[in-house]
Design a protein around this ligand. Structure first.
Ligand code: ATP
Length: 714
């Protein structure tokens, strides 16, 4: 029941502590369930409800804005009106149908009293009832027909809105958990988008109100002629309310809860299951001859855990089904029989009214049940409607999320500097901690790189090399100290200008889920359609030969974001729609992981990433954007020695007067030719100077250099 259903309201600020006194702990098999007991949920507290409604009221201007925005979309004006009209017509049908039922009842009553039937009237009324049933179907169908294009347009509009809001977020903002939650809320709970949810629920609420008013009108007319009406209505209302409440009690989970398992055996069992199901481990299972051992272990653990080896949802369902025979469900069964008992007692009291009361009983029960459910679901829907309109507020607010890294105001470069000239960089007492960490990644770092210099940062894993590069591009702000580029504090420069002057290849570069062409072209989108330039960048990055060998060349998707769908194919089918048939996906149906990527080696992927950097650094000169600083974080980590040599040669030839900075563990050609070496250890720059100077110093750099040199000599 919890599955796929988010809590009614997303958790707000604060923390959840499973050990707190307000948290109820229960053990379900191997699972420990912790539920926050919120007193305001058990008893409806008027002041808090009031506050809730006030909060919802604050969201109404956003809903108004939403409707205004939707009305500007193509044809949505007309579609919205049509949707409203069809919904209203559909809402009136039950009342008309009820009126016909009452007429039928009258005919039966007259027939009992007078033993005559007005046949014409009877047929007219029967026809009316059939027409009502048909009309209801037709209106629902029309509602769907109108809703489809309307929903598609609304969804498309807000998908773009969210896309834009997300695309402009910087790294620390995007990683911020409160921002993540806000983004999550702007997608809707139902998957249709919050805007469509609000339109549908508004129409639903209006429809319920119309149904209630129209049915009530007919009901009053019917009851006026029935002596037992008031009693039977009350009984039916009580019964329906009771059913509804016990259903609601079962369905709505507490808002905050968490479950975990302490069973190490179960955790290990699941681990083993994944190990054999996931194709990426297959090599090691086979080479390590692990098949038998794994089966034996799985058998042993499975026996140990026994019938409790169920995932959380299964366990939860099992325990819920055990609680079926609760007092409330027994009471519900008894209350269900009350109307018949009451009717029997009345029949004993007034035997003459038996036939007509029986008919009234059915009519009333049906109507009142429908009526009461409408009324109660109105209350329920108005609750979720509140949550939905609150989501609309969040949907609009995501466009106002302020980036943590504030934009500067100064243009860069100023006119007197030629775009192709390298820049100078100075770190002055820079310290930095990642937002999610208490530990310093850099501590009081100071150094200066002059224009056009080649600087190499060396140091062990985790010493802070990549962090220096991230701070230069202002992905993060220093916690203390300042960074200057051409003597200007980078915080004062316009971010777009600063980043245009820098080309960076991160160590943890990623391959975008786009074509190879896009992957390279996004280095400089200005030339996104210039295949010649893209291939030139690929050649410089050492990827041209790889691309030529791919059947789809530049248009190859390494990881296609949209998959093809097909049944298991006859064995001879090797390609479909011009692509290799992915048998992994067929295995996927059996729980195996699907492989849908064209695999390239780590080195080949790195060549593609380097090509993107070339696209940016070399091609941008022609566009006048002028990259003045090239940053490379371990650009050759996955390259073979020949490829590494070629890459550095090309970079040396092409860099001109640009300032270039590498981070590396490898000592060799690069460090020997560097104008400046920064030896960083444990977040601190311990040594700086040229290769010869640092060797003379005989410190940490010299020590590691000798270690690596020894490896070659011995
Ligand atoms: N996004 C992050 N959030 C929190 N801590 C981080 C993050 N990235 C890096 N760190 C931490 O900051 C420190 C410096 O990391 P950095 O990536 O700069 O090291 P590095 O010298 O480039 O290492 P390597 O040679 O392994 O690439 C490390 O202790 C690392 O664990």
């Amino acid at each position: 029941m919890y599955r796929g259903r988010r809590s009614k309201r997303p958790a707000g600020k604060g923390t959840f502590n499973p050990d707190a006194a307000t948290v109820k702990h229960s053990r379900l098999g191997i699972w420990e369930l912790y539920e926050e007991v919120n007193p305001s949920q058990t008893f409806v507290q008027v002041p808090s409800k009031f506050k809730e409604y006030r909060e919802y009221a604050e969201c109404l201007p956003y809903v108004w804005r939403m409707f205004r925005d939707i009305l500007t979309l193509q044809d949505c004006h007309m579609l919205l009106v049509l949707y409203g009209v069809v919904t209203a017509l559909a809402a009136l049908v039950p009342a008309v149908s009820l009126w016909f039922s009452a007429q039928l009842l009258t005919i039966v009553q007259v027939a009992v009293d007078t033993r005559t039937v007005d046949k014409q009237l009877l047929f007219r009324i029967a026809g009316g009832r059939i027409a009502c049933a048909l009309a209801e179907r037709v209106f629902r169908h029309l509602q769907n027909i109108v809703a489809t294009p309307l929903q598609a347009r609304v969804k498309r509009f807000y998908a773009l809105h969210i896309f834009h809001a997300l695309a402009r977020l910087d790294l620390p903002t995007y990683e911020d958990t409160s921002v993540q939650r806000q983004i999550e809320a702007s997608y809707s709970r139902s998957g249709n988008g919050p805007a469509w949810d609000v339109i549908r629920t508004s129409a639903g609420l209006a429809s319920i109100v119309m149904q209630i008013v129209s049915q009530l009108t007919v009901l009053i007319a019917v009851l006026r002629e029935q002596p037992e009406g008031a009693l039977l209505t009350t009984i039916a209302l009580v019964q329906t309310t009771f059913e509804y409440l016990s259903l609601k009690h079962m369905v709505i989970p507490p808002m905050i809860w968490a479950a975990t398992t302490q069973s190490d055996d179960y955790v290990r069992m699941e681990g083993l299951k994944r190990l054999v199901n996931n194709s990426e481990h297959r090599k090691e299972i086979v080479a390590g001859n692990l098949g038998e051992y794994l089966t034996e272990e799985y058998r042993r653990l499975s026996k140990q855990v026994g019938d409790h080896a169920m995932d959380f949802w299964e366990t939860k369902r099992y325990y819920e089904s055990r609680a079926f025979l609760k007092l409330t469900s027994l009471l519900q069964t008894i209350v269900g029989e009350v109307p018949l008992v009451a009717f029997s007692l009345r029949a004993v009291q007034y035997p003459a009214s038996i036939p007509i009361s029986l008919a009234s009983l059915n009519l009333l029960r049906q109507t009142v049940q429908g009526f009461a459910f409408s009324l109660l679901s109105l209350l329920d829907q108005s609750d979720s409607f509140g949550v939905q309109i609150a989501d609309i507020k969040k949907l609009y607010e995501i466009e106002n999320i302020a980036n943590h890294v504030a934009d500067g105001t100064e243009q860069f470069p100023v006119d007197d500097i030629a775009p192709e000239t390298g820049v100078s960089i100075e770190f002055r007492n820079v310290s930095f901690k990642y937002p999610s960490s208490e530990k310093h990644a850099l501590r009081n770092v100071s150094f200066t790189i002059r224009p056009g210099q080649l600087c190499v940062i060396v140091g062990s894993n985790g010493s802070g090399k990549s962090t220096i590069l991230k701070l230069m591009t202002r992905l993060y702000e220093p916690t203390e100290g300042s960074i200057f580029i051409n003597g200007k504090d980078i915080r004062d420069l316009q971010l777009a200008d600063l980043r245009r002057r820098i080309s960076v290849l991160f160590q943890d570069y990623t391959h975008f889920p786009l074509s190879i062409k896009d992957n390279i072209a996004l280095g400089n989108p200005e030339f996104a359609n210039d295949d010649e330039k893209i291939m030139e960048a690929a050649r410089l990055g050492g990827a041209a030969d790889i691309i030529k060998e791919l059947p789809e060349g530049l248009d190859t998707y390494l990881n296609r974001p949209v998959r093809d769908y097909y049944s298991p194919m006859p064995e001879g089918t090797k390609t479909l729609f011009g692509r290799k048939v992915d048998y992994g996906r067929v295995r996927g149906a059996g729980g195996m992981k699907a492989q849908s990527t064209t695999s390239l080696s780590g080195g080949q992927m790195q060549r593609l990433a380097v090509s993107r950097t070339f696209m940016r650094s070399i091609m941008s000169d022609e566009s006048g954007a002028g990259v003045g600083l090239l940053l490379f974080d371990e650009p050759s980590a996955s390259l073979d020695p020949a490829a590494e040599h070629d890459l550095f040669e090309r970079l040396r030839q092409l860099r001109g007067q640009k300032t270039m900075l590498f981070s590396s563990h490898r000592f060799g050609n690069l460090t020997r030719h560097a104008d400046l070496l920064l030896y960083i250890n444990n977040s601190v720059v311990e040594e700086s100077g040229t290769h010869d100077e640092l060797l003379k110093k005989d410190g940490g750099y010299a020590h590691i250099w000798k270690l690596q040199a020894q490896a070659f000599l011995s």
